[in-house]
Design a protein around this ligand. Structure first.
Ligand SMILES: Nc1ncnc2c1ncn2[C@@H]1O[C@H](COP(=O)(O)OP(=O)(O)OP(=O)(O)O)[C@@H](O)[C@H]1O
Ligand SMILES: [Mg+2]
Length: 175
């Protein structure tokens, strides 16, 4: 397979490459039916980004570490109380982090009152599931990407996405 003969994959190559070059992305899995072109796409991207990944011996260690993070997330999630679990999985919708105001607006819905968001969020910070940093004069919260993927899985299992995101999609981008 020669990558430059791939037909119609330029946007996919760019999307996968950009995801891989983001520092917090440790592992990216391509899924699809047999023969759809997963391997071809991977090879095309690998050729594109090989200069940025110079040490192949890191690959296995990184995969192990990344999968470990997900297991840790599952373990921590099981120990949360119901309110914390609900907020945690809803926070999975924020691709680039969020502020308190945004979390209150997006996540307070069935099962969580607006007034409870700060308290629940602080508990998730204490339990190291949510990271926090002060930017300008505002607290900015985020999830590690692997943790966020886990939150999204839980969100989709709970079938809550329509409560929180679909009515308010305009807020999801700028945050
Ligand atoms: N975008 C494309 N342009 C041209 N040929 C392609 C493209 N994508 C895949 N092919 C061809 O289709 C065939 C299957 O592709 P590939 O092996 O990458 O799929 P796969 O999803 O990895 O398959 P598998 O599920 O068996 O692992 C190969 O012969 C490959 O060269
Ligand atoms: Mg393949």
């Amino acid at each position: 397979m020669v990558w430059w003969r791939l037909i119609g994959r330029k946007p996919d190559i760019a999307a996968v490459r950009n995801a891989l070059l983001r520092g917090e992305v440790r592992l990216l899995t391509l899924l699809g039916p047999p023969g759809i072109g997963k391997t071809s796409l991977s090879l095309a991207v690998a050729r594109d980004v090989q200069a940025a990944f110079s040490d192949p011996s890191l690959v296995i260690a990184t995969i192990a570490q990344t999968l470990g993070v997900q297991e840790t997330a599952a373990w921590s999630y099981e120990l949360l109380d119901a309110g914390e679990q609900t907020l945690f999985r809803r926070l999975g919708v924020f691709a680039g982090g969020w502020t308190l105001e945004a979390a209150e607006f997006i996540c307070a819905s069935e099962g969580i009152a607006t007034a409870d968001v700060l308290n629940l969020l602080s508990q998730l910070v204490d339990k190291s599931l949510v990271l926090v940093e002060e930017r300008a004069d505002e607290m900015h919260y985020r999830l590690l990407e692997t943790i966020r993927q886990y939150a999204q899985e839980k969100l989709s299992e709970a079938r809550e996405l329509e409560h929180i995101a679909l009515g308010r999609p305009f807020l999801l981008n700028p945050l």
